[in-house]
Design a protein around this ligand. Structure first.
Ligand code: 0R9
Length: 641
């Protein structure tokens, strides 16, 4: 239509160069071109719709993964403005999609731009990194549409019909010459949208995956906001008080916080700035921690729960068993830290501290029974901390008396370069024996474990130091535990859990992973933890090289045999029940030889769901665990729970 026809202006030439830069160095704009980066594209678009919700105009967002990995995001906001943008001579909508950073510069003022999750770059980056993009806008009584290929306009915005409603729909197909994969992971998107719905009270977010014959669907809308979030996080934990403590304050820096204590020993505080998960914390978290430490100590003194002779409770004691979500909105957030997820704005610390001080002190005065229950737990945490300190000192003294500081059972490797070294933590003495004989001793160390492993989900720190099952693991890894853990001291670049593919193996794997998650989390975050995959079957026939198979389903193995000209009934099939059934050579060949083995890297993409899963599988509450097992029967079929 004539209205949108134009000549290219100088700005437009810059525009094309801008988006070309995005295509040349996509990592700079979306972090990476892995599946993570791919998901970022979806977040970028959904964030724009969430901005419209924060501005108060949008109630529903619908995300569809269409067959063939096409993404469709729809909202019922005002619709992106379609009028002409003075500087570019294009419609506002086209400008937002073709000019880098344009979205933030004009229009769309919710005050606190969420846009862009990690990087805040918006729609034009998604456009640049998509094979095609199609935007449909309903507003001002019309339906408008425009389309692009790899960031370049192929159809300017034009009016294609009439409409009485308003809203925006964006469909895009990511560019497979840029991304490693186009396969969206439903669960990852589901977790992110659940989180977004918790963070935006009352916003309805629907997700639909149409790639399977039976579509998967999820719908999230939480009138309780962060209260619902904390209830969700604590669903498989035993609570110290029935309702979360809730703090909400508008103002220059709106602050929303929900807190609930449980009987667990871990601390779970999640922080968000403009809906972005600030994994590395920052000033909002500092203000919160300072406040709760002060308020609980002051209350305990005032009520004589702490006597004059008693020392103050420490922050760690006060945070044992806490689950909290902190969400602040900051107009110009400064993000710092390694992954740019640490809030740097210094003024936020004092603001959060003042708000929490006032609200929490009132809450404790009004709810003395809850205050008492929480403080009793803090005091017992404080005693345990003292016991842990003694245990740690004892452990330190003991090891300094011994000539070697390494556990006796460890068969260490000769290299001392952590980058090339790996340690296999092996269940059982007999498998340990085979592993010791089969390994390459230059860079592979073996640590056999035996007997019943401690469930750290049900034990406090003092029981962990000096525990005879965990101590060898701590000493072998060599980097301490808990707050003392120092990733730069690890002795092995790969810590590999090698357990049987049966019930007991799965159990020990979960116990060890829980331990790493709670006490050596950076080891997982840094990608140092792996699971070895021993084979499940061996197919053999005289004159044929043995075929090892790692999956339950043997169809693929039969196909390979067929290709080798071998009939099913000519081979003998051995099912391995445990690692102990393999001789050292077989163990090397199938599970330890870097050329042929399969290792699964343990990742922690989503700490929130990981925390939930660990509490669920290893914690106290039985009903949610049963539900989880029913829903994930395939995944947990080997778990002894
Ligand atoms: C499906 C995903 N949704 C969006 O991308 C989306 C962007 C957007 C928007 C506005 C409304 N809805 C939206 N959905 C909007 C409208 C108006 C003012 N600000 C924002 C208005 O009617 O005045 N916009 C986001 C950026 C822009 N609009 C702008 F820069 F073009 F103004």
């Amino acid at each position: 239509m004539e209205k949108y026809e134009h000549e290219y202006k100088a700005e437009q030439i810059q525009v094309l160069e801008g988006l070309e830069a995005v295509r040349k160095r996509p990592g700079m704009y979306i972090g990476s071109v892995s599946v993570r980066g791919l998901h970022h594209l979806v977040y970028e678009i959904v964030d724009n719709a969430v901005d419209e919700a924060l501005a108060g105009y949008c109630k529903n967002i619908h995300i569809t993964i269409e067959p063939g990995n096409i993404i469709c995001v729809e909202d019922d906001g005002r619709g992106i403005p379609v009028d002409k943008h003075a500087k570019t001579g294009l419609s506002a909508a086209e400008t937002v999609y073709t000019v880098l950073h344009a979205g933030g510069k004009f229009g769309g003022d919710s005050g606190y731009k969420v846009s862009g999750g990690l990087h805040g770059v918006g729609a034009s980056v998604v456009n640049a990194l998509s094979e095609w993009t199609e935007v449909t806008i309903e507003r001002d009584g019309g339906i408008f549409q425009m389309s692009f290929e790899r960031g370049k306009t192929v159809k300017h915005l034009e009016r294609i019909g009439d409409s009485k409603r308003t809203g925006t729909k964006v469909r895009f197909y990511a560019d497979n010459t840029i991304f490693e994969t186009l396969d969206y992971e439903y669960e990852v998107l589901e977790n992110r949208f659940r989180e977004m719905a918790f963070l935006t009270k009352g916003l309805n977010i629907e997700l639909e995956d149409q790639r399977e014959e039976v579509p998967r669907k999820a719908q999230f809308c939480f009138e309780g906001g962060l209260i619902s979030f904390v209830e969700y996080l604590n669903k498989s934990k035993e609570k110290l008080h029935p309702q979360p403590i809730y703090i909400e304050k508008d103002g220059e820096f709106p602050v929303e916080i929900a807190i609930q204590y449980t009987t667990s020993y871990s601390e779970n505080i999640y922080t968000f700035v403009n809906n972005i998960n600030t994994v590395e914390g920052g000033t909002h978290l500092e203000g919160f921690k300072r406040s709760i430490t002060k308020v609980f100590n002051d209350y305990a003194r005032a009520k004589n729960i702490l006597k004059d002779k008693d020392a103050n409770l420490q922050g760690d004691d006060i945070r044992e068993g806490i689950t909290a979500v902190i969400s602040v909105k900051v107009k110009e957030p400064q993000f710092e830290g390694q992954t740019k997820t640490k809030l740097g704005n210094s003024e936020v610390a004092g603001i959060v501290q003042t708000i929490v001080n006032e609200h929490l002190a009132n809450f404790l005065e009004e709810n003395p029974n809850i205050a008492k229950a929480i403080l009793e737990k803090c005091i017992s945490a404080s005693r345990a901390r003292e016991a842990a300190r003694k245990a740690r000192e004892l452990a330190r003294k003991k090891t300094s008396l011994e000539t070697a500081t390494l556990p006796g059972k460890l068969a260490d490797c000769s290299s001392k370069n952590p980058e090339e070294c790996e340690v296999y933590i092996v269940e059982g003495d007999s498998a340990g024996g085979s592993a010791k004989q089969g390994r390459d001793r230059n860079f592979q160390a073996i640590l056999p474990l035996w007997g019943k492993m401690l469930n750290v989900e049900k034990a406090r720190a003092d029981k962990i130091y000096g525990n005879d099952k965990l101590n060898p693991v701590i000493l072998a890894v060599g980097a301490g535990i808990g707050p003392d853990f120092d990733i730069t001291k690890i002795r092995y670049g790969k810590v590999i859990i090698m357990a049987d593919a049966d019930v007991d193996g799965a159990h020990i794997r979960t116990l060890l992973l829980t331990f790493f998650f709670r006490y050596m989390r950076p080891l997982i975050e840094n990608g140092n933890v792996y699971l070895a995959q021993p084979p499940l079957y061996k197919f053999s026939k005289k004159g044929m090289e043995d075929l090892y198979w790692y999956e339950d389903d043997m169809t693929g193995a039969f196909k390979i045999l067929e290709e080798r000209g071998v009939e099913r009934d000519q081979v003998s099939i051995q099912r391995y029940k445990g690692l102990g059934e393999m001789n050292p050579e077989q163990l090397w060949e199938t599970t330890m030889n870097p050329e042929t083995r399969i290792l699964i890297k343990v990742t922690m993409d989503d700490a929130i769901s990981a925390d939930g899963t660990f509490s669920l599988l290893m914690g106290d509450e039985v009903n949610p665990r049963r539900e989880f097992i029913e829903q994930n029967a395939k995944f947990v079929k080997n778990l002894d729970i």
